[in-house]
Design a protein around this ligand. Structure first.
Ligand code: ARG
Length: 464
């Protein structure tokens, strides 16, 4: 990146060049150059509109547009000379245009400001990022549905307080993650609506004296609406905050998901295996296979929460309208989008490759009195009040702890010590299958219900 300062576009009112360090300190081109495609898209729309408004001739418009396209090609070929003295992506591209076509290039900035330009660019960029992220969420959800369908009848312990609670099906557990991701998807779709509004035409802060037609640029750029107030147009970064909030919730979900994968791959649980390609080894302990992908996703979650709080703090003290503070919006926003997209991508690749260890899950569900609630419900059906049943089963569990037996391993005589209402039909409810099959309602863990939920999930994804 070159740094000679010869072409400051705002240099007219200055009597000395900007200090070299200050030039670097105030420049954003190192990070905002990634907006180049959207910057050029915005400029092409702006030039098209300027011609219709009578500001540019059709020849000037055509020359600007074809040269902007050439500049995009230069950037993509890696031959573009990004200059720090030109501060940002906007002035780098405009200066190059003027290099190429002279005075006509200088007309492009008529009726706009970098303030509405940058606000437009970020929104166009974020809209595309949201679309990519939505596609990754869908891909991950597809993987979850496939696995849930295959594991609809696989039994594992369900936990509360990380203590064995009741048996659940593995498919049901997977579909809990599916639900979380559906809400993440909705939140991002909603955020996209408010992202997709056009500030272009707000100019520096007050609008412009040229006869611009904002409907034209709005239509050309595919925005849903035009921002209704020029001061708000250049200063609003709510959409970026909303995105980081939605991204934070999604990362929080992925982090919880990660935590379970880390636990489940451990020697203590052994509920699942992750394929080697998603793990790494230890340089000292030859036996180790570490679940790096989920661990790293769990760790990266903090970056996105940081971006959200960074943007909130960035905005909270700003008077209207644009302030240079806003240049600090980009790095956290870019990082949040990159982190969420890559984390989703890693999960979407990994989830279909999860290998459940069904026997071990089943053995774990058989331990820990996971059907104790089923025994209580059985006694309720025999006519006892629930609180009494709870106490009866509590005694039975204590006996089980003392004798090392789970409920289903006790004889009928042993069970009848606690209530004479218990008959030999009790064993049907104490089995794992009996327990999960009995929870046969919408949202319940019964294999039937899991299969039905998978069908609903498929219909949801097909409707997107
Ligand atoms: N690089 C600036 C930013 O990211 C562009 C807008 C600059 N506007 C200004 N008046 N200095 O916010």
């Amino acid at each position: 990146m070159s740094t000679d300062k010869t072409n400051q576009s705002w240099g007219g009112r200055f009597s000395e060049p900007v200090d070299a360090f200050v030039a670097r300190f105030t420049a954003s081109v190192e990070f905002d150059k990634r907006l180049y495609r959207h910057d050029i898209m915005g400029s092409i729309a702006h030039a098209t509109m300027l011609e219709k408004a009578g500001v540019l001739s059709s020849d000037e418009r055509d020359q600007i547009i074809s040269n902007l396209k050439d500049i995009q090609a230069e950037i993509e070929a890696g031959t573009f000379d990004w200059r720090v003295d030109l501060e940002d992506v906007h002035m780098n591209i405009e200066a190059r245009l003027t290099d190429r076509i002279g005075v006509t290039g200088k007309k492009l900035h008529t009726g706009r400001s970098r303030n509405d330009q940058v606000a437009t660019d970020i929104r166009l960029w974020l809209r595309d990022e949201i679309d990519t992220i939505l596609a990754e969420i869908t891909r991950l959800q597809q993987g979850l549905l496939g696995l849930a369908e295959a594991e609809a009848g696989t039994i594992m312990p369900g936990f509360t307080h990380l203590q064995t609670a009741q048996p659940v099906t593995f498919g049901h557990h997977l579909l809990a993650w599916f639900e979380m991701l559906s809400r993440d998807y909705e939140r991002l779709v909603d955020c996209r609506k408010r992202t997709n509004r056009m500030p272009l035409g707000s100019a520096a802060l007050a609008g412009t004296t040229y006869p611009i037609q904002r409907e034209i640029t709005c239509e050309l750029l595919g925005f849903e609406a035009i921002s209704g107030n020029s001061l708000d147009g250049v200063s609003d970064r709510d959409f970026a905050i909303e995105f980081c909030a939605a991204a934070s919730v999604a990362m929080m979900h992925l982090s919880r998901f990660s935590e379970e994968l880390v636990l489940w791959t451990s020697a203590q649980f052994q509920f699942i295996d992750l394929p080697d390609r998603f793990c790494t080894g230890s340089s000292i302990m030859p036996q180790k296979k570490n679940p790096d992908v989920p661990e790293l996703v769990r760790g990266k979650t903090g970056r996105v929460f940081g971006a959200l709080s960074g943007l909130l703090v960035l905005m909270k003290g700003q008077p209207l309208a644009y302030n240079k503070d806003n240049q600090e919006d980009k790095e956290p926003l870019f990082d949040a989008a990159d982190t969420l997209r890559d984390s989703l991508r890693a999960f979407a690749d990994m989830v279909p490759a999860i290998k459940p260890k069904r026997e071990i899950m089943r053995e774990a569900a058989l331990r820990g009195f996971s059907t104790a609630t089923d025994l209580a419900d059985y006694l309720v059906r025999k006519g006892l009040p629930f609180r009494d049943c709870h106490e009866i089963v509590g005694h039975a569990v204590k006996y089980g702890v003392d004798t090392g037996k789970d409920l289903a391993e006790m004889s009928l005589d042993e069970l009848r010590q606690f209530s004479d209402q218990i008959d030999d039909d009790v064993f049907a409810v104490l089995t794992l299958e009996g327990s999960v099959n009995a929870r046969d309602h919408i949202g319940g863990t019964a294999p039937n219900q899991v299969r039905a939920a998978v069908q609903r999930g498929k219909a949801l994804l097909a409707s997107r």
